[in-house]
Design a protein around this ligand. Structure first.
Ligand SMILES: NC(=O)C1=CN([C@@H]2O[C@H](COP(=O)(O)OP(=O)(O)OC[C@H]3O[C@@H](n4cnc5c(N)ncnc54)[C@H](OP(=O)(O)O)[C@@H]3O)[C@@H](O)[C@H]2O)C=CC1
Ligand SMILES: O=C(CO)COP(=O)(O)O
Length: 315
């Protein structure tokens, strides 16, 4: 919708012919955006992968991160030779600990100069409602970043450019782990002090790990870092926050998964963050405590005690 509002012709690919049919015949996608009454006429849908990307200058990937490799494998060789791939995904691939830029470029055999990551405080339902929002477009190539930023800038959606792809990928992925913990604290009845404590420690953790992975510090103080952390940790529109809230209210992982609408990317990403911390020798107390919640059923109080117990140290 943002791309169409910015003046682009947009082709949506979906695996489900019913979704393709609804977009083309009714200009709506009630399964994914029930509150978007009518999508712009510039959006059409296509069920054939080659048809969907044929002639596309920019191909945007917004698939559940843990399924990105599987889904993109079937698009390999279909993109135009100068097409740019853009990832909106926020996750670290379990088992490989790959960031989404690595998954997209390696799966599509794409030179990083033809890749851009987009990340920021962009809760989709508020973006779809055309509420004022901003995001960051990062690419190794400045022209690529600018081309994508121009393609997604409207009178309500502002894009900034960056060259810190690693920083954007780490921000987007790790903030979801913090959102799980903040949601859990709120679901358990704790207030603003506890939420702020977890967010501040989460920001410190994602900054330390991100820098160890090669990210730039200033990225974490920007829209993709603290900006997205504030939006995600403060809204019931966030799937990760809501998943955590349900856990905090005493629901099991299975129950929380069942009642959550959509994918909480932080759940599969938590263990990958712990693994990255081990690889880069960066302590990840928040991700580790959340992994104990997700893998061992640790309570909210247990998570907080684990996170804030122990020796008195420098902040
Ligand atoms: N929602 C939001 O507010 C925001 C989301 N993002 C990121 O965008 C990415 C996509 O999230 P979102 O669009 O919200 O929704 P989901 O992650 O729930 O699903 C995205 C799409 O992935 C599809 N999908 C799931 N598994 C597969 C598969 N194996 N093969 C092909 N397609 C598959 C889903 O299909 P189906 O419809 O059939 O389930 C859905 O259409 C995530 O990484 C998220 O972090 C970024 C910013 C904001
Ligand atoms: O990334 C998002 C907002 O920027 C969406 O957050 P959730 O994936 O938690 O819904």
């Amino acid at each position: 919708q943002v791309l169409a509002d910015a003046g682009n012709q947009v082709v949506m690919w979906d695996i489900d012919p019913d979704v393709v049919g609804e977009i083309n015949s009714q200009h709506s996608n009630t399964r994914r955006l029930p509150n978007a009454k009518r999508l712009p006429d510039a959006i059409i849908a296509e069920g054939d992968r080659a048809g969907a990307v044929s002639g596309a200058e920019i191909v945007v990937v917004a698939i559940a991160a843990q399924h990105a490799c599987e889904a993109l494998t079937q698009f390999k060789g279909l993109l135009g030779h100068d097409a740019i791939a853009v990832s909106l995904m926020k996750g670290i691939e379990r088992g490989t600990d790959r960031r989404m830029d690595q998954v997209v470029c390696q799966t599509l055999d794409l030179d990083p100069v033809r890749f851009a990551a987009v990340s920021g405080p962009n809760l989709s339902k508020e973006v779809a409602a055309r509420e004022p929002s901003a995001t960051v477009v990062a690419s190794a190539d400045a022209d690529t970043a600018m081309k994508v930023a121009r393609a997604c800038t409207t009178d309500y959606f502002k894009a900034f450019v960056s060259d810190d792809v690693i920083g954007l990928e780490m921000c987007g992925s790790l903030k979801n782990v913090t959102a799980l913990a903040v949601g859990m604290s709120r679901g358990a009845g704790f207030g603003e002090n506890t939420a702020a404590m977890i967010q501040a420690r989460g920001l410190a953790e994602l900054t330390a790990l991100g820098e160890a992975c090669g990210a730039k510090s200033k990225t974490f103080a920007g829209l993709a870092g603290v900006g997205d952390l504030v939006a995600t940790c403060g809204s019931s529109l966030s799937r990760n926050y809501t998943f955590g809230f349900n856990l905090g209210q005493g629901k099991s992982i299975e129950e929380a998964t069942r009642v959550s609408k959509g994918v909480a990317e932080g759940v599969p990403t938590t263990d990958a963050v712990v693994a990255l911390g081990r690889r880069y020798r960066v302590e990840t107390p928040l991700a580790t405590a959340m992994s104990h919640v997700l893998d061992q059923g640790l309570s909210c109080r247990g998570m907080i005690d684990e996170l804030f117990g122990g020796q008195i140290t420098a902040e």
